[in-house]
Design a protein around this ligand. Structure first.
Ligand code: FMN
Length: 345
């Protein structure tokens, strides 16, 4: 078994069975303002939205988890089928395995299970693939767009990590000229200056991948390799959403575990939320049915929260009142991000 495949299996095993979360999202430092005179109940709420040109029935994406080994192919196909049923987005894991070992491509191919919904491909920005290679990887699996992930801290923490970071932005810029690109962090968040540079590079969306959920620094530490990055590291997801208000579509990933958190992320400025770890765990515990139930529960919570804030649809939720307090408020003050208008729109 080659190194990449071995690492994939270790990642799945560690994430499924060990405590790999770190910090909090800081969404607990936001409060949606209740509407006691709401006219809505959850059955009257419309959660549909458009992300990267595709219509979704709910603003959720199953974020990149896996691919490249046989068991990963089955996981991808099963999860993509549920995404199609629920009308949410689906992202495959890093296609590095497929670019380097072309015979593994079918483990990433989910279009038969998800013929209509949003499907996102995935490569590392650090891997220095050419725009043509990335375009081919997208077309081969008939994805709608490619996530190019940024994971500096993980690469540093990983014993065999790739630590030549100098071309990441250039790689994203070159790919963005040929195909729709989502710049995606994987747990350490994206700051305002990063977001402006990424917008300038031509990305269609940013997945903030903030702190508060799966920590790749922790996962790599659990693999007990020789690399190092500080465990307490990253911009919490709520802060990263506020940092990245630069006018491109935003996916809020990193520690999103409920419909209420999804609603808060959207009220702060995201277009959709994404989640990976809970999906993997639901899948290992109760299979496809477990994943479907978990996601349906989140959608119910989202609808209920929207009704309680008087938001009939996602556009209204984006304009609903949300108060920012505690360390999140202090972060915004010291970063010169004006959040006072969010509580009184
Ligand atoms: C087992 C596992 C494998 C992952 N593999 C990838 C990957 O290949 N590419 C990527 O961009 N993100 C990958 N991620 C990161 C997730 O897409 C997501 O950004 C991150 O886990 C934060 O979300 P969470 O807190 O809901 O897990 C992976 C996550 C998990 C749990």
């Amino acid at each position: 078994m080659n190194q990449t495949k071995k690492r994939k299996l270790e990642h799945l095993d560690i994430c499924a069975n060990q405590n790999v979360e770190e910090g909090t999202t800081w969404l607990e430092h936001t409060k949606l303002v209740p509407d006691a005179l709401t006219k809505l109940n959850p059955t009257q709420i419309d959660t549909s939205t458009t992300l990267l040109g595709k219509k979704l029935r709910a603003p959720l994406v199953i974020s990149a988890i896996t691919g490249g080994v046989e068991e990963a192919g089955k996981i991808n196909r099963d999860l993509a089928g549920i995404a199609e049923q629920l009308g949410i987005g689906f992202g495959v894991g890093s296609q590095r395995a497929m670019i380097e070992h072309s015979e593994t491509w079918e483990t990433f191919y989910v279009r038969e299970q998800a013929p209509t919904t949003l499907v996102l491909g995935n490569v590392g920005a650090v891997n220095n693939y050419s725009a043509e290679q990335i375009l081919n990887a997208m077309q081969k699996i008939k994805a709608d767009a490619m996530c190019m992930h940024l994971n500096v801290a993980q690469e540093l923490a990983q014993p065999e990590g790739d630590t030549s970071f100098e071309h990441c932005l250039e790689n994203i810029k070159a790919a963005s000229k040929k195909l729709p690109v989502v710049a995606k962090e994987t747990g350490c968040g994206i700051n305002k200056q990063n977001a402006l540079a990424l917008k300038d590079a031509g990305v269609k969306a940013i997945d903030v991948g903030g702190r508060g959920g799966t920590s790749w620094i922790k996962v790599e530490a659990l693999r007990k390799g020789a690399g190092y990055a500080p465990i307490e590291w990253g911009i919490p997801t709520a802060a990263s959403i506020l940092e990245t208000q630069v006018g491109v579509q935003l996916i809020a990933t990193g520690g999103i575990r409920s419909g209420i958190q999804t609603a808060k992320a959207i009220a702060l400025g995201a277009d959709s939320a994404g989640l990976a770890l809970p999906v993997l765990r639901w899948y290992y515990k109760n299979g496809k049915e477990g994943v479907k139930q978990g996601l349906e529960q989140m959608i119910l919570e989202l609808k209920t929260t929207m009704a309680l804030t008087g938001s009939k649809d996602i556009k209204a939720l984006k304009n609903s009142n949300i108060v920012v307090n505690g360390p999140l408020f202090e972060w915004c003050q010291s970063r010169n991000i004006d959040v006072t208008r969010l509580g009184n729109r």
